[in-house]
Design a protein around this ligand. Structure first.
Ligand SMILES: [Zn+2]
Length: 180
């Protein structure tokens, strides 16, 4: 191959890959819009209802000097497939089968937890239900799902574990419907 021909083929390859990438980003944006995704702390994405509830919970946690940090939110089918493959090969945490994870709906969020005795974890156990969040995977203390229609707030004066609370005002009630 002559040098000139090589240069032309290289240029053409670059041009084609640019066109391919541009074509890929639009459907992705449309999918995100259809899934009602919004960006949250750390650049992660969540369903907008999950994001709103998480923001309220994080604000409340800060009053107790607990900072909630997100490590994983919405995942595309491709991302979930990758994590599931890693899990199957024994290289990653447990991951649901592609298509069966609530991360793909933007309703699940993974948070920095540390130990089960950490202040963050204990705070979540005692308070997350007030914001419609609960744990759904026993082996994953970092995994919380927004399920407001089936997660009930505690009786006034008690926390989510049934322990008496201090005098702090409970938050205003939230809509008890699951995100669609
Ligand atoms: Zn998770």
């Amino acid at each position: 191959m002559s040098l000139a021909l090589f240069r032309w083929s290289f240029l053409l390859a670059c041009l084609l890959s640019t066109v391919a990438l541009a074509g890929e980003s639009r459907p992705r944006r449309q999918k995100e819009k259809a899934a009602k995704l919004v960006r949250v702390e750390g650049g992660h994405r969540l369903h907008r209802d999950t994001a709103t509830a998480l923001k309220r919970m994080a604000t409340d946690a800060l009053k107790d000097n607990v900072a909630l940090r997100v490590t994983s939110g919405y995942r595309s089918l491709r991302e979930q497939r990758f994590l599931y493959d890693q899990y199957r090969r024994g290289r990653g945490n447990k991951a649901a089968r592609p298509g069966r994870s609530n991360h793909q709906r933007g309703l699940a969020v993974d948070l920095v937890i540390g130990e089960r005795t950490s202040k963050r974890y204990l705070w979540l156990e005692a308070n997350a239900c007030r914001f419609g969040f609960r744990r759904t995977v026993p082996s994953e203390p970092w995994h919380w799902e927004y399920r407001p229609s089936s997660t009930f707030p505690p009786v006034v004066g008690f926390d989510c574990l049934g322990n008496p609370t201090t005098s702090r005002e409970p938050p205003a009630p939230i809509a008890r419907t699951d995100a669609s």
